[in-house]
Design a protein around this ligand. Structure first.
Ligand code: TRP
Length: 341
């Protein structure tokens, strides 16, 4: 593993994305994000960030947060993010993120944050800890993006509203002072991005679901994967057809099979047409997932156990990110009217 050495190539477009280290990584993270990051990194100047500062908007146990931050960075790499091609770093290693966030905070209306649906959802879920950070969270996310002048931001549908704020803030700053920030576009994958709970297939598979059987973790053993698929909730009916509404259970298994093998839904329907009951299909899904997850798990264990190697990658990533972030922040401070240091 050679740490990132490429200079930023201005001819290529820049992408940036982030993930919160708030739970064990599951197959949904690969399906919805990591798979796309890996595919995009060859073409784009890419930065991928473990957003530990976003994570503390809800209560975290310090030891767990530290462990999960490293787990997540190792998982990026295990899933195929190549530190020689992409900048992999931890948000708190680059203080410019919060520095820019403050300037942007002073340009954001209370109402803009108050209408964020994720803020409303999370304040309900964490009613005993509705802190100001939870409220201003999208501004920190805007800073993550604007610091690097990202053109494209690969995110899930649930982040679209946050991205809209980042775009508005970029335009507002550019208009109020002078052209500074690139106005970023969301990059939302069309198909196969959403993996549902194995136990309640109308709910998204979530890294914080307390029911372990509901999620397929990237560190699950072969047998754990087989057991979870065997016990996955299916629908009444026996044929293998894709219908998210009427047949959420079987449709979710089809999405998983698609992730693991690349087969389209039509291919899958054809492959299992006329099979009696779900058992043969479930068995095929389980084996495909075992084959797909095994190398990721093995690579993860290798990368994660080499603590010095992992720290070196993150240090190089942060150094590179800081070089770029510092330049943007210097411009912003100057335009804002801060005296140069
Ligand atoms: N808010 C994002 C999420 O919860 C994570 C995130 C933080 C992010 N900063 C980002 C995503 C910058 C993309 C770009 O999924």
């Amino acid at each position: 593993m050679t740490p990132h050495t490429q200079p930023s190539a201005p001819s290529r477009k820049t992408i940036l994305s982030g993930m919160q280290p708030t739970g064990e990584l599951n197959i949904g993270h690969v399906a919805g994000a990591l798979r796309n990051w890996v595919a995009l990194q060859r073409e784009y100047d890419s930065l991928f960030c473990v957003v530990d500062q976003h994570a503390i908007t809800v209560r975290q146990e310090p030891a767990k947060l530290r462990k999960r931050t490293l787990d997540m960075a190792a998982m990026f790499i295990a899933a195929g993010v190549d530190p020689a091609q992409s900048v992999v770093f931890v948000q708190s290693h680059v203080p410019e993120h919060v520095q820019l966030a403050w300037v942007l905070t002073c340009m954001t209306g209370m109402g803009e944050c108050a209408r964020m649906t994720q803020f409303k959802d999370k304040s309900e879920k964490h009613a005993d800890n509705i802190n100001v950070g939870l409220f201003t969270y999208p501004i920190l996310m805007a800073a993550d993006i604007l610091l690097y002048n990202a053109d494209l931001v690969p995110v899930g549908q649930d982040q679209k509203q946050h991205l809209e704020l980042a775009r508005n803030l970029a335009e507002r700053f550019n208009h109020h002072y002078s052209a500074t920030f690139t106005v970023p576009e969301p990059f939302i994958p069309k198909v196969g991005g959403k993996i549902m709970s194995l136990q309640e297939p109308t709910k998204k598979m979530s890294k914080s679901d307390p029911n372990e059987k509901a999620s397929l973790f990237l560190i699950d053993t072969d047998d754990q994967i087989r057991n979870k698929i065997k016990r996955a909730v299916t629908d009444s009916g026996t044929d293998i057809v894709y219908d998210e509404e009427a047949r959420p259970g079987v449709s979710n298994l089809m999405s998983l099979y698609h992730i693991a093998t690349g087969a389209s839904f039509a291919d899958i329907e054809r492959e299992f047409a006329g099979s009696t009951g779900y058992a043969p299909f479930k068995e095929a899904v389980a084996e495909a997932l075992v084959a797909y997850i095994r190398p990721i798990r093995e690579r993860f264990l290798e990368v994660r156990s080499d603590t010095d190697g992992l720290s070196a990658i993150l240090r190089q990533g942060a150094d590179h990110a800081r070089d770029r972030a510092r330049k943007t922040l210097r411009k912003v401070y100057k335009k804002t009217g801060f005296v140069e240091y």
